[in-house]
Design a binder for this molecule. Structure first.
Ligand SMILES: Cc1cc2nc3c(=O)[nH]c(=O)nc-3n(C[C@H](O)[C@H](O)[C@H](O)COP(=O)(O)OP(=O)(O)OC[C@H]3O[C@@H](n4cnc5c(N)ncnc54)[C@H](O)[C@@H]3O)c2cc1C
Length: 328
């Protein structure tokens, strides 16, 4: 059995968790295994029937689990692993998922590979070294191949490493768990969550991302990308490392190997050459539109649509046309 640990946000299954389910289902298909999901939280049972593709959903509900409580969550996951003996345990490679799985690994004395991007299975069943994974390390500047020898195999999936697919299947069976939690498990609690100062839609959630590179030439020029984003709606502005190194944009806007991994419906790359370190961060975009004055720029080999020309003319023309269409 493959155990998928899920996270919830605002009473919904998080996107990173849907990706985790997709990866778990792919692994299960290859190993002829089934997927069991684990939901932990205050009122999470209602989410269980939506998890088609999963055979069973284990629900650990407790009124005190209204946010991520590190030791309580680690205890619950560890107990489930001991009781259910999964072959593989997969969690989202978010801050929370990596923290949780590190605690579980330490409790159970198991190895853990975080931020996996690919899984290579040679065979299922008993035996050692049958699962190899590629994982992103050192902030994405190193891709590492790892063989996990301890059992069960603990993994986390780098967000956006694979796109989530809706899995077809009957409604899963639901099994309620009764976690026994003591005051000891609540020594560390989240008291408050503060939003980052950045306003608007986050890069990883936006349906359209507009990226700016060296071709923008200044911080000032990014204002037209912001304007384009606000006209398109549900859009965010990102940047290449050249743009963040030049302080045209904050580092949090960087897309790529050492920045954010995005998977929007549309990525509009403006004045970006298409270096591999940038493209690994946007390769899961459904469509890429490149605007570049150099017809030989490598980005055109990856783009679905290309405009060869000066972005300082094309972006204002796009803005003017959108305003005309919207009557703004
Ligand atoms: C370990 C490591 C990690 C890295 N991580 C990242 C990362 O996470 N993200 C990242 O982005 N990079 C990363 N890089 C850097 C990466 O290798 C590239 O240097 C960088 O992505 C290039 O940025 P760019 O496309 O903005 O600039 P350039 O490569 O200089 O490209 C600029 C492009 O703009 C075009 N252009 C210029 N003027 C105009 C105009 N007026 N109109 C239209 N087009 C124009 C040019 O034709 C050119 O194609 C990393 C590098 C290393 C070594």
């Amino acid at each position: 059995m493959i155990l998928a640990i899920l996270e919830t946000a605002k009473q919904a299954i998080s996107e990173a968790s849907w990706e985790t389910i997709t990866a778990a289902c792919d692994l299960a298909q290859k190993t002829n295994d089934s997927v069991t999901a684990l939901l932990i939280g205050r009122e999470v049972r209602a989410l269980a029937p939506t998890l088609s593709g999963v055979s069973t959903v284990l629900v650990a509900e407790d009124p005190q689990l209204d946010s991520y409580i590190p030791e309580a969550f680690a205890k619950i996951v560890s107990e489930v692993i001991k009781q259910k003996s999964p072959q593989i345990v997969l969690a989202p490679g978010t801050e929370t998922g990596n923290d949780l799985m590190a605690r579980v690994a330490a409790r159970l004395g198991l190895g853990l590979a975080t931020n996996c991007t690919e899984f290579h299975l040679t065979r299922s069943g008993e035996g050692q070294g049958e699962v190899r994974v590629t994982r992103s390390n050192w902030g994405g500047s190193l891709l590492e191949e790892v063989e996990i020898l301890s059992k069960p195999i603990l993994l986390t999936l780098q967000p956006h490493a694979i796109p989530a697919h809706a899995a077809a299947g009957p409604e899963p069976a639901i099994e309620a768990l009764s976690p026994t939690l003591t005051a000891k498990e609540f020594r560390v609690r989240v008291k408050e969550l503060l939003r980052s100062e950045k306003k608007g839609i986050s890069l990883t959630e936006a349906k359209i991302v507009i990226g700016g590179g060296r071709g923008l030439g200044s911080a000032e020029a990014f204002k037209m990308l912001e304007e384009l984003a606000s006209l398109l709606g549900n859009a965010a502005v990102g940047a290449t490392r050249v743009a963040t190194n030049n302080n045209w944009r904050p580092h949090s806007d960087q897309i790529g190997q050492t920045g954010a991994q995005i998977a929007p419906d549309l990525y509009i790359a403006c004045g970006i050459s298409g270096a591999i370190q940038h493209m690994v961060g946007c390769k899961n975009s459904k469509k890429i539109l490149a605007i570049n004055k150099d017809a030989e720029a490598p980005i055109f080999q990856r783009a679905d649509y290309g405009v060869i020309g000066d972005l300082h003319q094309i972006v204002p023309a796009l803005i003017a046309e959108l305003k005309r269409v919207k009557g703004a």
